[in-house]
Design a protein around this ligand. Structure first.
Ligand code: ADP
Length: 265
C-alpha cells in the first residue's frame, strides 16, 4: 500500500534518512516505533507531502510528488497526538466537515458522510458541541472521525494514542482493530512499544535507520537489542515470558482476558 524505497532526507545541517526502505502492506497494521529524535515526525511530514525528499515513495500505486499530493491526500487520513491543535471549527460537525469541504464534496454528501462516521464512532450526539469542551477520548474520536470521513485507504496515527489513558486507549484500539478487519491499512507511529501490541508488523527506527523489523513475535524476541535502543518489552510480553519460564503457560499470551482465562483453569 505504501512503498518507501531508498529514501534520502536531510535537514540543512544534518542527514537524517539515507537509503531508508519501508513496505507498508495493504490491509495490515504496521507500527513504526523509535525514541525521541529517531525521525518519526519527519517521516510523517514526508508522507503527508510537507517535505521534499529524494528516493521513491508510492502510496496506493501513486508516486508521492508535488503534482499528486491532492490525489494522495484523498487516500490517507491522519490523526496526531494533540487533537486540540487540529480543531479548526466551533462545532464537531463543522470540524469534521472541513476535510470534505476541502475536497469539494456536495453539501448533502457531507451531511450523510458525517452522520455515518459519527454514528459508527459513537459521537453522533455531540455534533453540536465545541470540540474544545470535550473529554480527551471524545476529542480523539472527533479527530479520528475527521481522518476517516472521506474513507481513506490508509490511516496514519502519529503518536495518536499517547495522550489517552489506558481505558480510552483500549476502546480506541478496539475500534482500530475493527476498521482494520474491514480493510483499512493502518500505520501506527509511536515512541511507546506498548502501542505495538495490535500490529502485524513492526519497524524499529533509531537515528533515521531501521534497526529491527519483523512480526511482533520476531521483534519481541530481540529483547537485548530493544533494551539497547531504550525499549522494555511490552507488559504482556514480559509477563508471558516469565510465566513460560515457570511452565505456567505454554506460549505467549498477549491479551489480558485470555491470560486470565488460561491461568484460572
Ligand atoms: P522524532 O519524531 O522521532 O522525535 P524527528 O523527526 O522530530 O524525530 O527528528 C529527527 C531528527 O531531526 C532529530 O535529530 C531532530 O533534531 C532533527 N530535526 C527535526 N526537525 C528539524 C528541523 N526543523 N530542523 C533541523 N533538524 C530537525
Amino acid at each position: 500500500m505504501i512503498s518507501i524505497k531508498n529514501l534520502e532526507f536531510r535537514y540543512r545541517n544534518k542527514e537524517l534518512f539515507n537509503n531508508l526502505n519501508i513496505e507498508i502492506e495493504d490491509k495490515k497494521i504496521t507500527s513504526i516505533i523509535g525514541k525521541n529524535g529517531s525521525g518519526k515526525s519527519t517521516l510523517v511530514k514526508i508522507l503527508i507531502g510537507l517535505y521534499r525528499y529524494n528516493g521513491n515513495i508510492t502510496i496506493d500505486g501513486v508516486s508521492l510528488l508535488k503534482d499528486t499530493i491532492k490525489e494522495i491526500r484523498k487516500k490517507i487520513g491522519v490523526v496526531f497526538t494533540n487533537p486540540d491543535n487540529q480543531f479548526v471549527a466551533e462545532t464537531v460537525m463543522d470540524d469534521i466537515a472541513f476535510t470534505l469541504e476541502n475536497m469539494n464534496y456536495k453539501k448533502d454528501d457531507i451531511r450523510k458522510k458525517i452522520e455515518e462516521v459519527t454514528k459508527y464512532l459513537g459521537i453522533y450526539d455531540i455534533l453540536e458541541a465545541n470540540p474544545h469542551d470535550l473529554n480527551s477520548n471524545q476529542k480523539q474520536l472527533v479527530s479520528l472521525a475527521s481522518a476517516l470521513v472521506h474513507e481513506p485507504k490508509v490511516l496514519i496515527l502519529d503518536e495518536a494514542l499517547t495522550m489517552l489513558d489506558p481505558y480510552d486507549k483500549e476502546k480506541i484500539l478496539k475500534i482500530l482493530k475493527e476498521l482494520n478487519n474491514q480493510g483499512l491499512t493502518i500505520i501506527n507511529i509511536s515512541h511507546d512499544i506498548e502501542d505495538t501490541m495490535i500490529s502485524d508488523k513492526i519497524y524499529v527506527l533509531d537515528e533515521g535507520k531501521i534497526i529491527l523489523e519483523g512480526t511482533k513475535e520476531e521483534v519481541y524476541k530481540e529483547e537485548k537489542l530493544l533494551h539497547k535502543l531504550g525499549f522494555d518489552l511490552p507488559f504482556m510480553v514480559e509477563l508471558s515470558n516469565r510465566l513460560m519460564f515457570y511452565d505456567l503457560i505454554e506460549q505467549p499470551i498477549y491479551e489480558m482476558e485470555k491470560m486470565v482465562d488460561v491461568l484460572w483453569k
